[in-house]
Design a protein around this ligand. Structure first.
Ligand code: BGC
Length: 402
């Protein structure tokens, strides 16, 4: 599809990239994921190890994003570093994340802080994780502990990343997931996560400047003919419940990658000859526009921040095409009245994709021995979009490509 005019975005639109602590920091030895990675028979392909060593090299990461032209960086806190034992606080870890906030400002990046991105400390896992009746209070206490990180210089806080995915995978072994795809969510966990979000939000409300939300993995459920009711029933506990829970929040984070067809018996396999990515998902850029429209409708008009969108591919030109397509759908939704505050690409770096380094989502690659970073053409492309605040008309400028 060609376009003769550029797609202009609103003034002050946020353009950036996102990461999560366990996927980039390295050596998060005190959380449930690390334990799983080193448990024989867990089905994990490779452990996270040093990851991208971003715990030490975050300034390099930020510098690359800022130099390219991006203005926002989303990163997450590692609970197991900040509260390594129940109620025991590491001041040094808090200082570390404070330094990250300061560094963002130094580089001209607006920080967005995610309090929880999939991992819990081992002590929390040992008592049952999100199954423990005190889990919302424990997360509330963690939010209080983390307050010094976000009280100054932070506006955007995402409490919990993708509670809907967590409710689907909680307590299941990697091998079970490979065998059955994403299982039905555990609705008790969905409810505990909702309560944890509410507790955290109330702690954060003591800092007037903060704007708080949580992120939902939108999945663009598409009904096969005659299966509209089945698709609604399938989608409600996996997505809509979590969007409805965001009503009354300051904003909601939308994360979108692909679509899922729903037939009479649930999800359908991806048809043959359909382009798929390194995660085996359908290449489907319109997923983002569908996700933000669903979020807008179900939250009753809560402003949206796209906090993840991207593609696992070894062909960076497909990443650019995918992103261009996703931004086109996003722009159309905005033209139809959906309020969107920004777009953060997943991910800043090729990172640890929960069991393997093979699916590369990054705008930046890095050397596994020296950790040296290399910006990919897609980072240059997105940076140009950010600087111009518009997606160029096609054929595009191809800045930085080739
Ligand atoms: C998660 C990320 C993950 C990405 C790609 C999202 O579900 O928040 O941690 O890497 O999708 O699978």
């Amino acid at each position: 599809m060609t376009r003769s005019t550029p797609l202009r975005f609103p003034e002050n639109f946020h353009w950036g990239a996102a990461t999560a602590a366990h996927q980039v920091e390295g050596n998060n030895i005190n959380n449930d994921w690390w334990a799983r990675e080193h448990t024989p028979g867990s089905g994990i392909v490779e452990p996270s190890g040093d990851a991208c060593d971003s715990y030490h090299r975050y300034r390099e990461d930020m510098a690359l994003l800022a130099d390219a032209g991006l203005n926002t960086y989303r990163f997450s806190l590692e609970w197991s570093r900040i509260e390594p034992e129940a109620g025991f606080v590491s001041r040094a870890a808090i200082d570390h994340y404070r330094r990250m906030v300061t560094a963002c400002h130094e580089f001209g990046l607006t920080p967005m802080v995610t309090l929880h991105h999939f991992t819990v400390p081992r002590w929390m896992d040992a008592i049952g994780g999100w199954r423990h009746p005190d889990a919302p209070d424990l997360f509330g206490r963690f939010t209080e502990i983390a307050l010094p990180i976000v009280t100054d210089g932070v506006q955007w806080v995402c409490t919990i990343n993708e509670p809907n995915i967590m409710a689907m995978i909680h307590g299941r072994r990697e091998t079970d997931l490979v065998a059955s795809g994403l299982p039905a969510p555990d609705e008790a966990i969905s409810e505990v996560l909702r309560q944890a979000h509410v507790r955290s939000r109330s702690v954060l409300s003591s800092v007037p400047a903060l704007r708080t939300g949580w992120s939902v993995a939108t999945q663009a459920f598409a009904a096969e003919p005659g299966c509209e009711q089945a698709a609604r029933a399938y989608g409600y506990p996996r997505e809509d419940y979590f969007l409805e829970a965001a009503r009354g929040d300051d904003w909601v984070c939308v994360q979108a990658y692909t679509r899922t067809f729903i037939g009479p018996d649930g999800p359908r396999p991806i048809p043959e000859r359909t382009e798929t990515t390194l995660t085996g998902w359908e290449y489907y850029p319109p997923a983002l526009g569908i996700g933000v429209r669903n979020a807008w409708e179900l939250t009753g008009g809560v402003p949206i921040f796209v906090t993840e969108n991207g593609i696992a591919t070894a062909d960076d030109s497909r990443r650019i095409d995918y992103t261009r397509g996703a931004l086109t759908g996003l722009h159309q939704a905005m033209a139809d009245g959906v309020s969107v505050l920004g777009y953060l690409h997943w991910s800043a770096l090729d990172n640890y994709e929960w069991g393997s380094y093979r699916p590369t989502f990054g705008l930046i690659s890095w050397n596994r021995e020296t950790f040296e970073r290399t910006a990919k053409p897609s980072l240059g492309w997105l940076g140009q979009v950010a600087r111009a605040n518009e997606v160029p008309a096609t054929p595009d400028l191809r800045v930085g490509v080739g």
